[in-house]
Structures are given as structure tokens and as C-alpha cells.
Design a protein around this ligand. Structure first.
Ligand code: ATP
Length: 477
């Protein structure tokens, strides 16, 4: 049986899929509604069902259980434009053979349908209830790959290694794997291995017996034992001291741990998720990271893309954090399209963490509820050039040159046409400068002109040209 039932209300997508499946030797029966799907399925069997989620008469995922109850052997491939982690998980939890966020690679879809039609239903995932409200936001293709990787590790205990720059969301992914996975009823224990002094790390991870060393006045249960039944998240694994790496490797190999100073072998019952912002291969070459430990941990790697490689997500994330800020008591703000566009062009070297902190600051400091690009600009100018990571001073010990950073940001953001840079820059600088001085002088033009050291008439003229009204700065009683 080589017939595939395709449920898709977007005709242009349906035509492309039909052509690709016909190339694979399938005959495609196309319908556009759930009602028509059910009518087709009532009449005959199909080698596979390929279905969209949002259909004119309902939600393709919600009704899949009903389809599966009657056609347990028929593989289902889900297509979705709602590219959230929640949809990815709902789709896989239906027992679907595969889930494709839109836009997808048509050849990959065709290949998958071929595999699905030839595979036994035994490979499909079990049905699981769905956890809701996970805060992992993203709809870029790069984040869709992350979501798909997450769904692949939810129904097993494979060790996961999350790689990516600082602030890309590695810990959030670890939490998502825990909260949505088989071990969600157990504890989620996170350990930042870089933050624990080298001499304490073994006792922190594996525990110690009373009297094991000076200061060990009571027995201490280590993180491995605390995470029993749940997930142990080993963060900054690339900074773990060598000796602790050796102990960790032994624990992973034997599936047991022994407390420092103890004899008892305690069976491990925890899923391990590790993360690092270091590139581990050079660390291995330099002899700072054990290669055998790397292979133990790197069973399922998940690569977190830096924010600059998923600029499509910046607007979405910014709005998400603004909403979040409002639930935490900050004013409820909105971004104009210009402001969102400006944000999406920034480098965000500190990744999502830097964007999040920036948005909270914006929510706090903006003067209007509708935030436009002009309101974003001065705050952007204050962003440290290294994305807020680590040192706030240059290597020579001097302060970071905020103005140089601001100018660089401004140039990157506005890109004035060649031949106009000087005038554009002066205008861009004058406006916030005059606004600041007017604010300080409560809109008094005489005092503002004196403070600036320019003629009052010149100030008045420039204020008119820059559309600044001193009245706006007068303090109201
Ligand atoms: N996709 C996302 N959606 C919503 N919030 C996010 C997302 N990614 C990251 N965040 C938020 O950004 C901040 C940084 O994320 P997280 O701590 O998970 O990064 P990390 O990669 O583990 O950083 P580090 O390597 O420095 O530990 C957190 O407050 C997190 O909630």
C-alpha cells in the first residue's frame, strides 16, 4: 500500500509536498479539513498520514489520538507553523513518527515519509502527558533543531551534553529536558562545577562520611545522591578540575558512587545533563579535559546557537521578556516595530542573558509605555562592548570607553549613507545631549544654554530643528 493521506489547507505547500511524495513513488490523497481526513480514513487504510496542525475545522494534534486509536499501525508525520517547544512536545507525545516545524526541507520530509511507511509502529514514541508553560522561546530554524533534539531525549535517559556560548540558554534546556522527560517527578539538581573550590568538588558531587577529612563533622550527601530519581545538571563541565574529572568518569563508567571516606557503593539513579561554554576539543588537546570523559558525556550533543545566528528570535524574546517584566511588577511596555528591528541588529555578545537584562532595564527606565527606537538608542549606548560578560575593565586596567562603544553601536545600527556620517552623528548626539541638559534644568532654556556654553538663540533654533520641546522637560507639580 503506497497511498499517503496529506491533510494541509495551504494549497501551495500541499502542491510541493504532493510532488515530492510522488517522486518517492507514493500516491497522494489530499484533503484540507479534519472532517475530510476522517472520511478518508473511515473508507480505507493509508501507508502514512502527513498532517498540518492548524486546520480550518480544528487542531490536527488534538484529534490525532482518535486517529491512532483506530489506525494504530499508520505512521503519522506532523507539520506545524506553531514552532514552539510546546507544539514539538505535543506532536511527539501523540506518538507521531516525526515532527516537522515549518519551513522544512521538503526532501527530508519525503525521505522521512518513506522511512515511516516502511517502519513498524513500534518505533513511535509512547503517549505521555504534556507539561505546559515552558519558557524556552524561539521560532528560528536554529531553535527548531534544538526543540527537535530535546524531544528525542525525553523518553530515554541518555546523557546529554549541551554546548554553546554563555547566556544562550543551556541551563534552560537542561530544565526543559527534566521537566518534560521521564524523570520529571524527581528532583532537578544543578551544580556549577566551576564555582566550587577544587578541594571541595568531590565531596560536593559524591558526598562524604563523617570524619573523612578535617571539617567533615557530619555525613554529607552529595549531588549525585540528591538527584536520585531525577536529573543532575553539571554546568561548566569544561572547568572541572582533573582529579574530579577522573572521579566523575569512574562514577559514570561503574554506575555507582562512593562518598569520600566511605566504602559503600551507591547505585546511580540519575540522568546526567552536562553543559559547557568551552570548546572541549582544544581543552582535550591541551590536556585539561579527559578525552574519555568527553566521549562518556557527549552521547547526545545539543548545540545552542548564539543569538546573533538566530536574529529572527530577538523580537520574540524581547516581547517575551517585556511581558515577563510586567508580571514582576515593572511597567507594562510595548516595542514599536522600529525598536524591535533595532534590537534585532545588535551583536548581543552576552546572548539571551544580555538581551534579557537589557529588556528589564528598558522596562524600568523607558519614559513611555510604547518604546520606540529613540528610547532604545541611549540605553544601547551604555551596553558594554563585551556583552556584559566578565570583566568590566580593559586589560590595561582603565575603564571601558563607553562613548567609543556607543559610537560603534550607533554606526552599526544606523549605517548612515557615505558622505552624511558626520552630520548624522552630530544630530544623533545633540538630541540626547540637549534632552539630558534640559532635563537637568527642568526645561529652563537660559540655564540650559549657560550649562552647554552656547548662545540661547542657537539653542532655541537647534531645539526647533531637533523637534525638542523644552516644555516637555518642565517639572510638573
Ligand atoms: N530561548 C529562551 N527563551 C527564554 N528565555 C531564555 C532563552 N534562552 C535563555 N533564556 C534566559 O536567558 C538567561 C540565560 O540563560 P541560561 O542561564 O540558561 O544560559 P546558559 O547558556 O546556561 O549560560 P551560562 O553558560 O553562562 O551558564 C536565563 O535567564 C534564561 O531564562
Amino acid at each position: 500500500m503506497r497511498d499517503v493521506l496529506l491533510v494541509e489547507d495551504d494549497m501551495s505547500i500541499a502542491i510541493v509536498i504532493t510532488a515530492a511524495l510522488e517522486d518517492e513513488g507514493f500516491r497522494v490523497v489530499h484533503c484540507q479539513t479534519l472532517a475530510e481526513r476522517d472520511r478518508q480514513l473511515a473508507e480505507r487504510g493509508f501507508a502514512a498520514l502527513v498532517t498540518d496542525v492548524m486546520l480550518p475545522d480544528g487542531d490536527g494534534i488534538e484529534t490525532i489520538e482518535r486517529v491512532r486509536a483506530r489506525h494504530a499501525q499508520m505512521p503519522i508525520v506532523i507539520l506545524s507553523a506553531q514552532n514552539t517547544l510546546d507544539t514539538a512536545v505535543r506532536a511527539t507525545d501523540t506518538g507521531a513518527f516525526e515532527y516537522f516545524p515549518k519551513p522544512f526541507d521538503i526532501d527530508e520530509l519525503a525521505r522521512t515519509v518513506r522511512q515511516a511507511a516502511g517502519a513498524s509502529q513500534g518505533q513511535a514514541l509512547e503517549e505521555e502527558p504534556v507539561a505546559e508553560g515552558l519558557p524556552l522561546v524561539g521560532r528560528s530554524p536554529a531553535m527548531q533543531s534544538v526543540f527537535r533534539m530535546i524531544t528525542r531525549v525525553l523518553r530515554n535517559d541518555l546523557t546529554v551534553l549541551i554546548l554553546g556560548e554563555s547566556g544562550t540558554g543551556k541551563e534552560l534546556v537542561a530544565e526543559a529536558i527534566h521537566q518534560l522527560g521521564n524523570r520529571r517527578t524527581g528532583p532537578f539538581i544543578a551544580v556549577n562545577t566551576a564555582a566550587i573550590p577544587a578541594e571541595l568538588i568531590e565531596s560536593e558531587l559524591f558526598g562524604h562520611e563523617k570524619g573523612a577529612f578535617t571539617g567533615a563533622v557530619t555525613r554529607h550527601v552529595g549531588k549525585f545522591e540528591q538527584a536520585a530519581g531525577g536529573t543532575l545538571f553539571l554546568d561548566e563541565i569544561g572547568d572541572m578540575p582533573m582529579q574530579a574529572q577522573t572521579r566523575l568518569l569512574r562514577a559514570l563508567q561503574s554506575g555507582t558512587v562512593r562518598r569520600v571516606g566511605g566504602r559503600e557503593e551507591i547505585r546511580l539513579d540519575t540522568r546526567i545533563v552536562a553543559a559547557t561554554n568551552k570548546d572541549l576539543e582544544p581543552e582535550i588537546s591541551a590536556g585539561r579535559f579527559r578525552e574519555d570523559l568527553y566521549y562518556r558525556l557527549n552521547v547526545v550533543p545539543i548545540h545552542m546557537p548564539p543569538l546573533r545566528d538566530r536574529r529572527d528570535d530577538i523580537d520574540l524574546l524581547a516581547r517575551h521578556f517585556l511581558q515577563h517584566a510586567a508580571t514582576e511588577g515593572l511597567p507594562r511596555r510595548m516595542l514599536t516595530p522600529d525598536a524591535a528591528e533595532l534590537l534585532s541588529r545588535q551583536p548581543w555578545r552576552g546572548n539571551v542573558r544580555e538581551l534579557k537584562n537589557f529588556i528589564y532595564r528598558l522596562a524600568l527606565l523607558a519614559r513611555e509605555d510604547l518604546i520606540d527606537a529613540d528610547a532604545v538608542m541611549p540605553l544601547l549606548a551604555q551596553e558594554p562592548a563585551d556583552g556584559g560578560e566578565g570583566a568590566s575593565h580593559d586589560a590595561d586596567g582603565g575603564g571601558r570607553n563607553d562613548i567609543a562603544a556607543a559610537v560603534a553601536q550607533w554606526l552599526a545600527a544606523t549605517r548612515p549613507a557615505s558622505g552624511t556620517i558626520y552630520d548624522s552623528a552630530m544630530a544623533a548626539f545633540e538630541r540626547p545631549l540637549f534632552a539630558e541638559v534640559l532635563r537637568e534644568t527642568a526645561g529652563n532654556q537660559l540655564r540650559a544654554a549657560q550649562a552647554l556654553g552656547i548662545n540661547r538663540n542657537t539653542l532655541r533654533k537647534r531645539l526647533g530643528e531637533l523637534a525638542l520641546d523644552p516644555e516637555d522637560f518642565a517639572r510638573r507639580p
